[in-house]
Design a protein around this ligand. Sequence first.
Ligand code: AMP
Ligand code: MG
Length: 411
Amino acid sequence: MTASCDRPGLMAIEDAKANILALVQRVSETETIPLEQSLDRMLAQDVCSNINVPGFNNSAMDGYAFRHQDLVELETLTLVGKSFAGRSYEKPLLPGECVRIMTGAAMPDGADTVMMQENAIVDGDNISFIKVPDIGNDVRLAGESIKKDSLVGATGKRLNAADIGLLSTLGCAQVTVYRRLKVAIFSTGDELMRAGDTYQTHKIYDGNRPSIIALLTKLNCEVVDFGIVPDDKDTIRNIMQQADQSADCVITSGGVSVGEADFIKDILAEIGKIDFWKIAIKPGKPLAFGRLPNSIFFGLPGNPVSAFVTFNQIATDALKTMSGETLSLPHTFDAVATEMLRKQPGRVDYQRGRCFVNEQGQLCVASTGPQGSGIFSSFANSNCYIVLERERGRVQAGETVKVQLYDHTLT
Ligand code: AMP
Ligand code: MG
């Protein structure tokens, strides 16, 4: 693997992502589960429809069903019965006849058109209309929503609520999906306290593990939580080996810089294969990536914003790929910066912003304030990343910038 970059020691994020995606593998095991339990699971098979939806011609309105041709010769039709959803009029319709029909009720044999009841003049069993509709008016044809044998879900699709609705309309009770990805996680640092611990001076609460666990949960990974591990090489090595045995991917935070208590790289080199990269992004420059005997490894930086951003921008696509998901492009738009944005050329910035539409209908974006890698509050009230290109410098108010709107897996 080469660090192809135009600045010594700094790898372009695209290269880092491509290197990682070339190395990770999708889980191979699949399972067949009830459709109701399949939210956010990845289809492991193409799903085609066994039936037409709707399965029969039916009415889109409450009104009257008849043969369009009859209105050429007749002004008045004779009401001969009713067709309800689930309880249809079973006899064929004869010339000059019509039936009262409800939304979703089957069209009687011979009928081809529906007129909504608001346009009907009813005189006992004599029905006439205030205008003549087009043939086929307000009829939902068999198969117009889904044709029999058509593809309704491709392998690799992450099933969302609409997919579950669609598959339900086909009578699909079970789906075959990839097994959930197992991800082990721990934070490293002698300075870390757990939420709930009594506050101690010169220590800090662990902010990374809870946020990364939440992101993993959104990705629908199975999380194995190894908690907080002190900056002790033997202890970290021991937990790293346990984590490797229990998961497809191991994620740590902290200890990947060049400080005297930063052991992650050494341990990885001992028990696995390590690629340590300085990536040309801000925040989040140092990232350890590698392979352990049983799993893929991500060593996220310790600073909370850096850990979150590198997880979002680099680890997420790898985990989706390993989970069997077909990747889609991020939701990226051009927006007008409403204020000056500080930026130095050399790295891609992922600043946190708030996107909105102004009174002129323009998509605009404002910064959420100071963007330091320890300032996690920059995420509060943000709804997008402002992605500032590598060689770009300071942005002036009024300039166009790229924004990446958060999707449900990003925050
Ligand atoms: P490190 O990469 O271990 O040198 O950590 C870089 C910075 O991030 C230091 O200021 C750490 O105290 C801080 N840090 C490391 N891990 C965490 C964590 N889990 N939660 C919050 N801050 C952290
Ligand atoms: Mg540390």
